[in-house]
Design a protein around this ligand. Structure first.
Ligand SMILES: [Fe+2]
Length: 473
């Protein structure tokens, strides 16, 4: 009798194991990876959430206010499609409450990710606090781990940050392995904040549609997303435009017109551009045709729109300009006062723009290019290589103050060092003028594209013949 019972138990166990095989395989294929929460519309009440699975399945986000019962939270369904030999899922959650911390998880409705968190912005507050990183661009697990260690220092430095700006080149060759490694190592940040991703050339240019297949950012209406996305958002009393510097050379008339319309429509105190290719930098890339053409086209627009700050990446060294306008340094007064408990010197209502290249968070680092196209080096305030470690920056701002700090984390010691700080105080508001809305559709902007391309091509040839070549020879 005892033998019979043992055999029966073994048989039942085998049956259970056999029955569980297909379920396990299904669940494993639906395991969630690459979770990102990004801006998609109004920062106070919407987010774009994206993730990957190996197998096709439903796209569901479950969301509740932090501290409430997430297992009975609201279910929001989205869309999935095949990308990079896997399945990308995109869900846009709307109708969120402002200034609220949310808990969420993503999955197919039965297999769920770990729980993540993000906080919506407060439209009644003029404050914004955020971290800026750039150019992780690793191609192996070890270098992603090193960059993630720098990111951990960033989070420790500003634990109260509301979002993270990533200035692009997340990966090197845009392979599935690299994206998996990036998201695996940066999950502690990506899952627990709002990310502002910027398209770099390593996930744009020849990596068509990869950026748009990874993130759910809500690209500008009618824009092409083949080489990346451009979009904008408000936080505090600042308006941010995220550009796609892979979008044609010079940048497409469609995107330039969108930028003008977008910035002119905003009455925010601060106007900030986030982009990958830099118009002021002194690394190995600054004298290349794509950058020369882009800065020719973009600098007059930045001046005309009264942009306060431009953050950019791409050149893997540290560069911060003085206040510049028309490629010339602007003289300005300063005032010293206590801000957030620290005595801080502010540029007072300065003219022009400060351009900031906070260097790479990763391990690929460039020397200072002493032959950078004039007058870039003369416009620099802090110009240096960051070969000793990975970098990050923090920004704390309200309607009158912009306080920026840049750090390096030493490779050997893991110690953090402040390498630059810069602050602006703005007590006057730029006058918002009436403007004519420019066309942003592909047909009406086609002549602009053709003219820009021809003009900038000729200008670039002249620049090489009469400025760069004599300097090298
Ligand atoms: Fe780049």
């Amino acid at each position: 009798m005892k033998i019979k019972t043992t055999r029966l138990t073994a048989l039942l166990l085998c049956l259970v194991m056999l029955m569980s095989v297909p379920f396990t395989a299904y669940a494993a294929g639906n395991e969630v990876s690459r979770v990102a929460v990004t801006i998609n519309g109004d920062s106070a009440n919407a987010r774009g959430i994206s993730w990957y699975t190996d197998e096709e399945c439903d796209s569901v986000v479950q969301i509740a206010k932090a501290g409430e019962d997430l297992e009975n939270g609201k279910l929001v369904k989205g869309d999935g499609y095949k990308a990079m030999k896997k399945y990308v899922h995109k869900v846009t959650v709307t109708d969120l409450e402002p200034a609220t911390r949310y808990a969420y998880r993503v999955g197919d409705g039965s297999v769920w990710s770990e729980i993540g968190y993000f906080t919506t912005s407060n439209p009644d507050s003029d404050k914004a606090e955020f971290i800026v990183i750039s150019d992780v661009q690793a191609s192996n697990e070890e270098n992603f781990q090193k960059a993630a260690a720098v990111m951990k220092q960033a989070v420790e430095t500003m634990p109260e940050h509301e979002f993270v700006v990533n200035l692009g080149d997340f990966v090197n060759d845009c392979t599935n392995e690299e994206w998996d490694s990036f998201f695996r190592n940066f999950a502690f940040s990506n899952m627990n904040t709002t990310m502002i991703p910027v398209a770099g050339n390593h996930e744009g240019n020849l990596q068509w549609n990869k950026f748009n297949n990874i993130f759910n950012v809500g690209a500008a209406k009618g824009s092409m997303t083949t080489t990346g996305c451009y979009y904008s958002f408000d936080w505090g009393d600042a308006h941010f435009a995220v550009l796609n510097s892979n979008d044609m050379y010079p940048m497409s008339q469609q995107q330039l017109n969108w930028l003008k319309n977008d910035m002119r429509a905003s009455d925010a105190q601060w106007k900030i551009i986030l982009m990958h290719r830099a118009v002021y930098s002194a690394g190995k890339n600054i004298n290349k045709p794509d950058t020369i053409i882009m800065r020719e086209v973009l600098l007059p627009i930045i001046d005309d729109l009264g942009i306060d700050v431009v953050f950019a990446g791409h050149d893997h060294m540290y560069f911060r300009t003085k206040q510049v306008k028309g490629d010339e340094v602007q003289l300005c007064e300063s005032v010293t006062e206590v801000y957030d408990g620290e005595e801080t010197t502010f540029m007072l209502n300065p003219a022009g723009t400060v351009h900031i290249l906070p260097s790479t968070t990763g391990t690929k680092r460039y020397s200072v290019n002493e032959s950078a196209i004039p007058p870039i080096l003369q416009c620099g305030d802090v110009v240096r290589d960051t070969k000793a470690g990975g970098c990050f920056a923090t920004v704390s701002m309200d309607n009158e103050h912009f306080v920026y700090k840049a750090y390096i984390v030493d490779d050997e010691t893991g110690e953090k060092e402040l390498i630059d700080s810069y602050a602006i105080k703005k007590t006057v508001k730029d006058e918002q003028k009436d403007y004519l809305k420019l066309p942003t559709d592909p047909i009406l902007t086609l002549p602009g594209n053709i003219i820009n391309f021809a003009v900038q091509l000729i200008k670039m040839i002249f620049t090489y013949l009469f400025e760069l070549l004599p300097a090298v020879v």
